[in-house]
Design a protein around this ligand. Structure first.
Ligand code: FNR
Ligand code: 8K6
Length: 345
């Protein structure tokens, strides 16, 4: 068997043992029902991938105001908890583990999803473009959140984490990446607040740390996904590196299950002096999940080099439900194409 170091079990503490070092990256599929309740087809989809070390679910709305994509699932009412329980049971029956990725899209939403109101954001600074697959919905100017809005969002994260436990998830991943709400607070181009949530690294990361604190009270295993390199719905600002230096060093004192790279291609970025994963590894001393364009081969090398402990795979897992078996037995993988997004195989 090639890439043998991918197939050794990993102990993430507090009873969480993964069968191998491959992780399913969170992948939005927009296939929940009209009420944002996960379906039986989704249970079969996740169940088929349970041989991977850990599944991280598609990004999941913590509240109605979190939504920015059609038919993205939620975890804020009883019907959703029940439907996710069906999914976690399927994954567990098949020998796997599953975390839910908890999500608020912030300004990457549209009043269409917000009962006609403006979406929430740190500052009233919009992005260009439109909701994927809904070209008629162009993004507009969001509403700068009040302190009451921020308190509500922290509370909604906590409720969703408590629901994750009820639904049988092995843990949660806080979505702090890819230009969504928490990430919007961490970058200067989207956060121009002058109160205690803006202006300095400490203030800009206050939402992230408040969410971690609130979620940790509800569930044992908590991972965080971060995008120190702005690349999606976000403009880079040279001052952002200082924010992420602060965030990563402070994360060391919290007992997180992992920190997870959020990038499409994990290649060299000048202002980080390396790849995003190498940058995270330099300051964060706990478990690191690398992601972004990895193959089994490059993932195995990355672990061997010591740059990461686990490797998340996204697009190849959409194309190959049997990815783990194919890699183990050295079969050729089916190439991912965007037209595969219309169906859950
Ligand atoms: C994504 N990605 C993503 N990221 C995330 O944090 N939450 C999500 O829900 C999604 N959804 C999503 C949907 C689709 C269709 C794609 C292609 C990507 C990003 C994903 O987790 C991963 O970072 C990238 O796909 C890069 O990894 P791969 O595909 O090169 O292994
Ligand atoms: C019923 C409508 C079906 C719409 C399907 C849309 C597919 C959603 C794809 C979402 C992609 C999210 C990407 C997040 C990170 C990308 C980084 C470049």
């Amino acid at each position: 068997m090639r890439h043998e170091n991918l197939f050794t079990p990993v102990d993430l503490g507090a009873g969480l043992i993964l069968n191998n070092r491959l992780i399913m990256a969170p992948l939005t599929r927009c296939m929940a029902d009209e009420n944002l309740v996960p379906t039986e087809t989704m249970a079969a989809y996740y169940g088929r991938r349970a041989d991977i070390g850990l599944i991280i679910s598609e990004a999941t709305n913590i509240s109605p105001s979190a939504q920015g994509y059609p038919k993205s699932p939620g975890l804020y009412n009883d019907a959703q908890v029940k439907a996710w329980k069906n999914i976690t049971q399927r994954v567990h029956q098949n020998g796997g583990k599953i975390f839910v990725q908890l999500w608020h899209t912030g300004r990457v939403s549209h009043s269409f999803f917000q009962n006609g109101e403006k979406p929430l954001a740190p500052s009233a600074i919009g992005i260009e473009g439109h909701v994927p697959r809904m070209r008629e919905l162009e993004y507009g100017e969001p509403k700068a959140m009040t302190e009451a809005d921020i308190t509500q969002v922290i509370n909604d994260f906590a409720i969703a984490a408590a629901n994750a436990k009820k639904a049988g998830f092995d843990g949660v991943e806080i979505h702090g990446a890819n230009g969504y709400l928490i990430d919007q607070f961490l970058h200067f181009s989207s956060n121009q607040r002058t109160d205690e949530f803006g202006g300095t690294a400490k203030n800009m990361s206050r939402l992230l740390f408040s969410v971690i604190d609130a979620v940790k009270k509800e569930i044992e295993h908590v991972g965080v996904r971060l995008s120190p390199a702005a690349y999606f719905n976000m403009e880079h600002d040279v001052r952002d590196v200082g924010v992420f230096d602060y965030v990563l060093s402070k994360l060391n004192s919290l007992e997180l299950t992992y920190v997870h790279t959020g990038i499409f291609e994990d290649s060299h970025i000048d202002y980080l002096n390396g790849s995003v994963t190498q940058y995270i590894r330099q300051s964060y001393h706990g478990t690191v999940i690398a992601n972004g364009g990895y193959t089994a081969k490059s993932g195995a090398q990355t672990i061997l080099k010591g740059d990461a402990d686990l490797i998340a795979i996204g697009r190849p897992l959409i194309a190959n439900p049997d990815y783990v078996e194919k890699v183990k037995t050295e079969q050729v993988l089916t190439e991912y194409t965007e037209d595969m997004l219309t169906e859950l195989i």
